[in-house]
Design a protein around this ligand. Structure first.
Ligand code: PLP
Length: 402
């Protein structure tokens, strides 16, 4: 096949697991002159964001907004809940729990990591054993990613709460929903989650730059017992500000807030249940296609068990150097940018060239997912990578409800 004629012009699809596709309505809402930050429309509009964010996380508790990315929300959650020297237990189903545990170390906590590998969810028995071994309740918080974006493993958060309750361990349950919020079903209050962190640039469809910490009264009580909380990360003034300026500990992220307003309008117009159903259908279409490709070739889903697969991101295994080659092909020839493999390093694949990922979070439709799968189909043909036939058709059957 000739690669001299690139077909990459025209509208592209950045199909990486964040930043995600930004809706035109969000872009247009941000395209405006600098607003007055003392009074008027911006101040009134900001007040509307808090209840609408809480509806997305399914909580009636609190949410603080930070100027920063997901890492900022990680640090903010820890700064309000963990005193120097306290133990935290990180449950790793990919590399993101290591990232959060590393932040915990940075604020003076002592992380203990339980690693469940790269293709499995948290094992509840091992989790229970670790809690039971902590007879003096030195562990103050459990850190877990709802969806680990490197592996695309989805964890059963309600089950983790069940384990904490069964063994009567008082640690806070703190969940990273940066990849999953607004994509995979998540119920903060019903599932007994104490603290949730998320960012703007994935399911919430806003450019990177603001992030969110949701917390309940139990977590807020813990905050009140800490000897000190760094002023910038302190969530208390951010939920009960004396002045508008306190919401953000400084200048408001003005344009991001307008973008967020537009995104929340889209989310609540569609309805969160409908959004979960859309992500579920699109994810199933992807799985169906990959299963067919894998019937006669090296491509497979990283997560074998469908019960623990994310609906927001999919990690694929194809063997080095096919993963890197496929990404290069779809980006340069088709205008389709696939996600890098991360956190899957091994001796024979130090750069994760045998992996790639699909981001299918937020503003994604049936035609985009069929285009994504058609693009991979073209790449497999162009690069002569063996694969089963009929994958896009299998996806179309799922899309049409078959
Ligand atoms: C994207 C992501 C992060 C990191 O967010 P940044 O904005 O890059 O700091 C953390 N955890 C998960 C699960 C993510 O998907």
């Amino acid at each position: 096949m000739s690669s001299s004629t690139s077909l990459a012009n025209g509208r592209s699809y950045l199909a990486i697991p964040g930043p995600s596709v930004i809706p035109d309505a969000v872009l247009q809402a941000m395209h405006r002159p600098a607003p007055n930050i003392y009074e008027g429309g911006l101040v009134a509009m900001t007040e509307t964001l808090f209840p609408d964010l809480k509806r997305v996380a399914r909580t009636r508790h609190h949410v603080a907004i930070y100027v920063g990315n997901g890492h900022a929300a990680w640090e903010a959650a820890l700064a309000n809940t963990v005193a120097p020297g306290a133990k935290v237990l990180a449950l790793a189903t990919g590399r993101f729990a290591y990232g959060w545990a590393n932040m915990a170390e940075g604020v003076g906590a002592v992380p203990q990591i339980l690693d469940f590998g790269r293709r499995n969810a948290v094992d509840l028995n091992r989790f229970a054993e670790a809690l039971q071994a902590d007879t003096r309740h030195g562990i103050k918080a459990v850190l877990v990613a709802h969806v680990d974006t490197s592996t695309s493993v989805l964890n059963d958060i309600a089950a983790l709460r069940g384990v904490l309750d069964d063994v009567r361990h008082p640690a806070l349950l703190m969940v990273d929903c940066i990849a999953s919020l607004g994509c995979d079903r998540f119920e903060m209050d019903a599932w007994g989650v104490d603290v949730v962190v998320t960012g703007s640039q994935k399911g919430l469809m806003v450019p990177p730059g603001i992030s969110f910490v949701f917390f309940n009264d139990k977590a807020d009580m813990v905050r009140q017992t800490l000897p000190r909380v760094s002023r910038y990360w302190d969530w208390a003034p951010r939920i009960r500000p004396e002045a508008y300026y306190n919401y953000f500990s400084g200048t408001a992220p003005t344009h991001h807030l307008y973008g967020l307003r537009a995104a929340l309008d889209m989310i609540h117009d569609e309805g969160i249940e409908a959004i979960w159903a859309r992500h579920d259908r699109l994810a199933r279409a992807i799985w169906a296609a990959v299963n067919v490709w894998g019937q006669d070739g090296p491509l497979q889903l990283n997560v074998m068990n469908p019960d623990i697969r994310s609906r927001a991101v999919t990690c694929l295994r194809i063997g080095a150097p096919h993963g890197a080659n496929l990404r290069r092909y779809t980006a340069s020839q088709l205008g389709l940018t696939l996600g890098l493999g991360i956190g899957m390093e091994s001796g024979d694949d130090p750069n994760c060239d045998g992996y790639f990922r699909f981001g299918h979070m937020g503003h994604v439709s049936g035609q985009m997912i069929l285009g994504l799968l058609g693009g991979v189909q073209a790449g497999l043909i162009a690069l002569d990578i063996p694969h089963g036939k009929g994958a896009v058709e299998a996806a179309a059957l799922v899309i049409t409800g078959g």
